[in-house]
Design a protein around this ligand. Structure first.
Ligand code: NOJ
Length: 796
């Protein structure tokens, strides 16, 4: 089994060897063409011909995007969208959904305007459109790009049927701090896994051909480094060195652009002092000049106008700065539409800057075939058909991570559930909840389609199932949280929220547990209120009385299985030492209950692996495995080794281990896997050969993986490496390969990971991707704690 699929397709650094190991400055390299469709001569000729006919006002109209949908931004109440569309002042709309609504505006734009330029409709299609799949963090936990492709294909087909040819997905921000609620929308902490997922999203949405009737253009977001928000507080500043920016935070963007992404969305944050939405370094130097991006950049919602809050100028100034930096379209800011044309007329902004932005937007409209097919045919109403449900169920069950499954005395391992469990108590506020299992980004998803845990377990257990909610997700003291988290702000009803009687409902749950052989607790977070955008938390424990409920049920002495339903890593330290079985099930989407039941009963053997480290304490955040070494490593470089209490002047906490409670890549199975000693086809490579190899692998690491248990299972085999002697300090471990391998009981498979420049390079102090003579330590295994080891020498 050869694993080649995740290697990037282009080498960004063309190498020259006149003076030894030099790598040409990026600006001097030939420009890559990541999306041939957008670069095509014919398409650009059409764009230029149209551009020549356009007046300045018509051009500026193309730069404006309005939300006439479920939410409207600054000044929106005074806007008359029909009039604007008929005057050619609407380049794009968001949150207008359905054939009827989109056609309404499209007719105005196409039929009433002089040049008949269609509107581009965009929408947040994030983890499915109408068929809601697990949240992106969960999808990353599958370590299965094919699962992401399934979600993207269903999303694209359903979005097109609703008149939407442009999706604000994928979100490829690296998220290393679960206080940040948007970790739910990300692929987690790792640039290699994140890049593999980014490629899968882009390729499946766009199918390398935007003109296909079931392709959608992506908007890769939020460019850039939005996930690096200080202290995990949403919209906060990002301060990081260029090495981390490039080697970690920008990598998934580079992958997405190389995969042909048609558009990007600029982010709300500042990057080292310069707002990302007015940042010519990221938007022009890196994105356009280095990566060759030919698509367009839309701002995030109101981000251009918010530049005034960043205090870098008044309205006209910030609009000019954003446009000149490379933000082509103003999302729901209504600023470009009002202050750009006058600045062009007064000579403050060269018209060529506007032309370039319009050109980029028109390229995407032409490539999508909108000029030929501007309208959407009315179709039948959405139905969660068996085919859609089967796909959602299969994908969801692949995303669950079995964190722990320790045998209980006299019972054995609790999972998978067997017939021995005659009576099962299902307890918890998420056990019979539809909305909160759907996830955070479900603009058009409908909770009514969600199969709850209670109904799925009842299908299997009938009256052997006892149910007790146990408590609410939030209790009386959390009322303020609830007020803050409501999407549209505090409502009049908040003041009258009933204060739940937790003591009573917990007592009922304890009674239910006592009557059962095993208790399943479904605890977590509200994905509706507490995850996603503007949902940062300073604590990571269970909300409301859930922890109390858990402790009370555990105190009954009945065996407990904890199912965690949350879109961020929660602090599970107490549970990890008191609960024998823990399944991380995230926010699974419409087939939540069935998928959880499939895994609990062993119809599906869990195979998910953590895409983000689970902390022992919130104070460890941001916590991630690929840390840089320190000069004072507590117990060597492997931070998972427990601390020696006698060590004082070491990089460690006094009151907690450095390591994760459950590390990146972690996940158990109902079977066991063993790893043989890895081999390497060549263990010594001259550096010149490596530099010359470009995207070609120069050596291969092979390992035999065996299923030593008694049931079939899928293992995510992971390869990590460490560059032990670079000119710039490198992380203690970095993921550089992974493969999902399914093994029958007793079966062994040989897995191979090709390594070449793509896997071995790093950015040196001159900000160039390079390799140097060094030794790479290489580990292969089932998590970031992998121990089966080999090495590779790169020699002069
Ligand atoms: C703001 C969010 O940050 C972004 O992810 C989303 O795509 C836009 N709003 C549009 O809804």
């Amino acid at each position: 089994m050869k694993m080649t699929s995740f290697r990037s397709l282009h080498l960004p650094c063309l190498l020259l060897f006149t003076t030894g190991l030099a790598c040409l400055p990026i600006a001097a390299q030939s420009r890559p063409v990541p999306n041939p469709q957008l670069a095509s001569k014919e398409l650009n000729a059409r764009v230029d011909a149209l551009l020549k006919k356009m007046t300045l006002d018509e051009k500026v109209g193309q730069l404006a995007q309005f939300s006439a949908g479920y939410a409207s931004g600054p000044g929106a109440s005074n806007l008359k969208y029909d009039e604007l569309a008929a005057k050619g002042q609407v380049g794009s709309m968001l949150s207008v959904v359905g054939a009827e609504a989109t056609n309404h505006y499209q007719h105005l734009a196409v039929e009433k305007t002089r040049l008949h330029i269609p509107i581009l409709f965009g929408l947040d299609v994030i983890h499915g459109h109408r068929t809601i799949f697990p949240v992106p963090l969960a999808l990353a936990a599958s370590w299965d790009p094919a699962a992401v492709e399934t979600v993207a294909r269903f999303g694209a087909v359903e979005a097109r049927a609703d008149g939407i040819p442009w999706v604000f997905s994928p979100m490829v921000d690296i998220a290393r701090d679960p206080r940040w609620g948007r970790i739910i929308e990300s692929s987690g902490e790792d640039p290699y896994l994140g890049s593999a997922m980014a490629r899968a999203w882009v390729k499946a949405y766009q199918q390398d051909d935007l003109s296909k009737p079931d392709s959608v253009a992506v908007s890769v977001k939020h460019f850039a480094a939005y996930g690096g928000a200080i202290a995990g507080r949403d919209y906060n500043a990002v301060d990081m060195g260029e090495l981390s920016l490039r080697q970690v935070y920008l990598e998934p963007y580079r992958a997405a652009v190389e995969a042909g992404a048609a558009t990007l969305m600029s982010s709300f944050n500042t990057i080292n002092g310069t707002p990302a939405s007015a940042n010519s370094f990221t938007l022009t130097q890196i994105l356009r000049k280095e990566w060759g991006f030919d698509g367009f950049v839309v701002s995030d919602w109101g981000a251009v106008a918010e530049l005034m809050n960043h205090a870098i100028g008044d309205g006209p100034t910030v609009a000019r700065r954003a446009l000149e930096a490379g933000v082509d379209m103003d999302m729901e800011g209504n600023l470009y539409g009002t202050v750009i044309a006058s600045q062009v007329r007064s000579g403050k902004i060269p018209e060529s800057v506007v032309d370039e932005a319009v050109r980029r937007i028109l390229r995407v409209k032409f490539a999508l075939g909108l000029f030929e097919h501007p309208y959407t045919a009315e179709g039948p109403a959405y139905d969660a058909t068996p085919e859609r449900r089967a796909a959602a169920r299969k994908v969801a069950s692949e995303t669950f991570v079995l964190l722990k499954n320790e045998p209980v005395e006299g019972v054995g391992a609790l999972l998978p559930l067997t017939a021995k469990a005659k009576k099962v108590a299902l307890i918890g506020p998420l056990a019979d909840d539809q909305r909160n299992l759907l996830g955070a980004w479900v603009v058009t998803g409908n909770p009514k389609y969600v199969v709850t845990l209670r109904s799925a377990l009842a299908e299997r257990l009938g009256d052997r199932l006892i149910y007790a909610p146990g408590c609410e997700l939030l209790s009386g003291e959390d009322a303020n949280v609830l007020k803050r988290v409501n999407f549209s702000g505090p409502s009049a009803d908040d003041a009258h929220l009933p204060i739940p009687d937790d003591a009573k409902t917990i007592a009922e749950a304890v009674e239910a547990a006592k009557q059962a052989d095993v208790a399943i607790l479904a605890l977590g977070e509200s994905t509706n209120w507490m995850e996603g955008e503007a949902a940062s938390r300073a604590t990571l424990g269970f909300t409301g009385a859930q922890q109390q409920l858990l402790e009370a049920v555990v105190a009954t002495g009945k065996p407990v299985i904890l199912v965690v339903l949350a879109g961020r890593p929660l602090e599970l330290k107490w549970a990890a030492s008191h609960v024998p079985a823990i399944l991380e099930a995230w926010s699974p989407g419409i087939e939540a209950g069935h998928a959880v039941a499939d895994v609990l009963f062993g119809d599906v053997n869990p195979s998910g692996k953590l895409p983000a480290s689970l902390p022992r304490a919130v104070g460890q955040e941001p916590l991630y495995y690929a840390q840089l070494p320190t000069g004072r490593p507590a117990h060597g470089d492997l931070s998972h080794v427990p601390h020696n209490a006698a060590e004082k002047f070491m990089s460690r906490y006094l009151d907690e281990e450095n390591s994760a409670l459950y590390p990146f890549g972690w996940g158990l199975s109902y079977t066991r896997f063993s790893y043989a000693q890895p081999t390497i086809s060549r263990n010594e490579i001259p550096v010149r050969e490596l530099l010359a190899s470009r995207t070609k692998p120069v050596t291969t690491v092979g390992v035999d993986v065996k299923n030593t248990g008694s049931v079939a299972g899928t293992e995510v085999v992971q390869l990590y490496l460490r560059n032990t002697a670079a000119s710039v300090s490198q992380p203690v471990r970095e993921l550089k390969g992974f493969a999902r391998v399914t093994l029958a009981p007793g079966e062994t498979k040989h897995v191979e990971f090709p390594l070449g420049f793509d896997e071995l390079n790093f950015y040196n102090a001159e900000i160039r991707r390079t390799v140097e003579p060094t030794t790479y330590k290489i580990w292969v295994g089932g998590s970031s704690l992998a121990t089966a080891e080999t090495s590779l020498q790169v020699v002069e």
